[in-house]
Design a binder for this molecule. Structure first.
Ligand code: 3PG
Length: 406
């Protein structure tokens, strides 16, 4: 796929899709800036090479508490770039278009949350997305489209797949780095490959597991967190009233048939042996997975031991999502010990998501990391062998506009 090396951006107007989607606190403050930081090299390079850069990103999903304006992101980006970043409370309306038209080389303008537009929240093929108002209104103001949003590469939304249909398009430096590092996993000679999966977004994780299993990407999938609770229930284990209620409330119980089908197909999925739980009085206990009474907060010591053994044998370890409620120091151990096992294993390690980065830093073992990805769902989609809509669209674009041969 073409990169920034394949285009001359001097004096040109560039639309840059990034993924600034960050955890947000109660007062709409950003709790972590690593995703914004990760795009700085691309933005700097474009500015230094004389482009006028218009940045577009989403933040959260409609209806969720982190669905906010990008104003705080603009302030953060200004600080990281050491240069003022313009911000407009608009995406494709007259004011946004006026500001885009007036932007000069070397200047950067951040548009507001692109998911404020209904169109952006619908997934559809590129040929549909190129006809959205977003693409029709904005594309004509630009010379190039650069996609640096690896973490959103699994979405077929207009700002990801629509623009490449109508503008010459390339990968940004972050996208390039992610794709290069992660492609290493497809080397069939390097095995065993162990995936350690936890964290939220259980429905997404489950469909990814289906792909991983189908494409035989992983030799072993070690589950933690809510995902592991789902598989335990699918095995017929009752996790006690409080956990079952919680799973029901989150809509996770409806996924049990799917999870059961995977287990019956012989998928190499492991579940925890024990958990750290907390009861109604606030007592913290270790309980076996088949006899849980309290609310599950972390994996237990027997699970840490057995998972660590498997991780130590691996040649590639992919880890995504915390193993417990690690914001609370009492429930941090599972995540921390699994990260430590991965880093001590000598395997090529790929980590996804902000939670794990914090733990790696805490352990002071950053120099042993193979790759830390900015992707969550996108990371798993890529690693499961699924074609990412963002990359597919860049490929179509490159052929259409003659940036690659063939
Ligand atoms: C992510 O955080 O995984 C990306 O920003 C994509 O967000 P989404 O799952 O809401 O599309």
């Amino acid at each position: 796929l073409p990169t920034l090396d394949d285009i001359d951006v001097s004096g040109k107007k560039v639309l840059l899709r990034v993924d600034f989607n960050s955890p947000v606190g109660d007062n709409e403050e950003l709790l972590d800036d690593s995703r914004i930081r990760a795009h700085v090299p691309t933005i700097k390079e474009l500015l230094e090479r004389g482009a006028a850069v218009v940045v577009v990103s989403h933040q959260g999903r409609p209806g969720e508490s982190d669905f906010i304006t990008l104003e705080p992101h603009a302030a953060k980006l200004s600080a990281l770039l050491g240069q003022s970043v313009q911000f407009v409370e608009d995406v494709m309306g007259p004011e946004a278009r006026r500001r885009i038209k007036n932007l000069k080389p070397g200047e950067v303008l951040l548009l507001d949350n692109v998911r404020f537009l209904a169109e952006e929240n619908i997934n559809a093929p590129p040929e549909v997305q190129e006809k959205t108002y977003l693409v029709r209104r904005l594309a004509k103001l630009f010379d190039y489209y650069v996609n640096d949003a690896f973490a959103t590469a699994h979405r077929s939304q207009p700002s990801i797949v629509g623009f490449p249909m109508v503008l010459p398009s390339v990968m940004g430096r972050l996208m390039q780095k992610e794709v290069e590092a992660l492609s290493k996993i497809f080397n069939p000679k390097v095995s065993p490959k162990v995936f350690v999966l936890g964290g939220g977004k259980v429905p997404d994780s489950l469909s990814i597991i289906e792909n991983i299993v189908e494409n035989k990407v992983a030799d072993r999938i070690l589950t933690t967190g809510l995902l592991s609770e789902l598989f335990l229930v699918a095995k017929g284990i009752d996790l006690g009233e409080s956990n079952m209620k919680f799973l029901e409330k989150k809509g996770i119980l409806s996924l049990v048939p799917k999870a059961r089908k995977l287990l019956l197909s012989g998928a190499p999925i492991d579940v925890p042996l024990d958990f750290v739980t907390v009861d109604e009085e606030g007592n913290v206990k270790v309980e076996p997975a088949y006899n849980v009474t309290g609310l599950i907060r972390d994996i237990g010591p027997a699970t840490i031991r057995s998972y660590s053994e498997l991780i130590k044998e691996a040649k590639v370890v992919v880890m995504r999502g915390p193993a417990g409620v690690m914001e609370d120091p009492r429930f941090r151990k599972g995540t921390k010990e699994l990260v430590r096992a991965a880093l001590e294993s000598g395997a090529f390690t790929i980590f996804g998501g902000g939670h794990l980065t914090a733990v790696i830093e805490e352990l002071g073992m950053k120099d042993r990391v193979g790759h830390i990805s900015t992707g969550g769902g996108a990371l798993l989609a890529f690693l499961s062998g699924k074609e990412l809509p963002a990359l597919k669209a860049l490929e179509i674009s490159a052929r259409k506009f003659g940036l690659i041969k063939g």
